[in-house]
Design a protein around this ligand. Sequence first.
Ligand SMILES: Cc1ncc(C[n+]2csc(CCOP(=O)(O)OP(=O)(O)O)c2C)c(N)n1
Length: 626
Amino acid sequence: MTEHAASPRRGDNPAAHAPGHNTIAETMTGAQSLIRSLEAVGADTVFGIPGGAILPAYDPLMDSTKVRHILVRHEQGAGHAATGYAQATGRVGVCMATSGPGATNLVTPIADAYMDSVPIVAITGQVSSKAIGTDAFQEADICGITMPITKHNFLVTDAAEIPRVIAEAFHIAATGRPGPVLVDIAKDALQATTTFRWPVEPSLPGYRPVTKPHAKQIREAAKLLVNSKRPVLYVGGGVLKAQASAELRILAELTGAPVVTTLMALGVFPDSHPQHLGMPGMHGSVPAVTALQKADLLFTLGARFDDRVTGKLDSFAPYAKVVHADIDPAEIGKNRPADVPIVGDAREVLADLIVAVQAEFDAGHEGDYGDWWVKLNEWKKTYPLGYEPAPEGELSPQQVIERIGRLVGPDAIYAAGVGQHQMWASQFINYEKPASWLNSGGAGTMGYAVPAAMGAKAGRPDSAVWAIDGDGCFQMTNQELVTCALNDIPIKVAVINNGSLGMVRQWQTLFYNQRYSHTVLHAGPAGTTGGSAVDDGIEPQRWQGTRIPDFVMLAEAMGCVGLRCERPEDLDAVIKQAMEINDRPVVVDFIVHQDAMVWPMVAAGTSNDEIQFARGVRPDFGDDLD
Ligand SMILES: Cc1ncc(C[n+]2csc(CCOP(=O)(O)OP(=O)(O)O)c2C)c(N)n1
């Protein structure tokens, strides 16, 4: 894996990776041409499962010394692994599947990557070109199906097109706003004899993402920033993807403005930095949420005013002017009008802003955020993130996650599932570095964590990779631990086992009168699975001793080490034990109490002003800034 070029990074022209730029023209099959093209663009890892239509491609894949194929257990795992690989490495992730059900199993991870702007290329086999449209065996119109969830997709029926399409697919995935690209190749195109030519000239008329921001807009933005009294740098995943954390830090420290990082941006600005207010949004910190509400300027960088951040849109940040910088012009003004729109790559935007702000300073215009910081520091002090201790003798899920973060440290990669554990992992682990936090933010895909962690570990084998998963999520994709065990991908999985679909249960507690309809996960004796109308206190006892599945046994059956931790006094020792095992994947079943809730919270559809610090506790800000 080390002796060949890495996969293309964002902005690269993949065709330029051809060795020495000497033109190659060799006769071979379309399938061989596909593998040669993947080698030429620098793809080093492909996650996939073969089947009839893609089978011709698997034959030359066997001989490739440059492309490592990892045989997953489910195509969904291949897709999330490609995403995790891409998020952890900054390179394009690749997954491969056969036609029909193989391809449709990729739909969820493709949609997921689309929502989170992750660059992946999905390659699918298609039935022979003459059979397309005949309802042939294992035929699915995967281009039609993925049209709205891919940045672009290709149907290839002519073998000669394969090198150009692969080069274009990688280029489109990685440049501009990154995203998933699907390449569907008919079986007869893979089998045909063709000429592999490289390098190829991508032919993408009309595709020219604007990366360089407009100088006038940059000057306007800098002026607004130095003239504002209550600015917030509202930072989203675009800054992470542009690999612009160094520039962000320079701008933040130059201006002294407070920073909030969204769920997709955690790690791009160190959590420990004194100017960091935390994460905004439904489960964001009180200082971050409130700072946006009270701000007079939202300085928005690579963020998209997602509804989980804005709460009720028409009451979001009512006093703020908006600077909105994004690589995708379609995002600007989509949810909130921008006073200063800036289209460009976040790294270039930030670099230009640093110069423009410095010019304002040199002209004697410096922002004074002193009064603002008095307020912000007061909120930070009064409303820190915290949690209620668990009942005596029980493990609190927040404490488990916090201790993992402390003991494992900021050099590791953490991948979360979706639910309460995801929010606690965003709140109680300190992210100090980019690409250390992977999660499914836009789609909220349960089952993301294990395969994404697998992909991250395959891409960065020297980093410790922990999946923080819920017991519900884990039951969706845990089979990829078999893949990990067989392919020397020793990830760690912390199952935060509260015996329920915790986040849904939390909403039932708060909004459905504690009627726990179908959120109890454990299968009790004599068919007590499914709906439990009220929490009568009987279910949890029945559940004791009837662990179905038993995650420790399940882990062992999949070739992993399975550990269990049930008592607070064992917590650190069990985490350390897991950290020391590096020859196999490890699963730790943390049995935590089931009634913990995620706070702070802005209930869906309500205003961010309604934020609750804890259940029924509204912060008191006074009204001096209103
Ligand atoms: C594929 C999918 N199905 C359903 C949901 C809805 N959902 C969101 S969170 C959640 C519960 C997750 O439970 P678990 O994995 O145990 O995590 P916890 O909330 O208990 O930490 C569910 C069902 C989803 N996000 N994704």
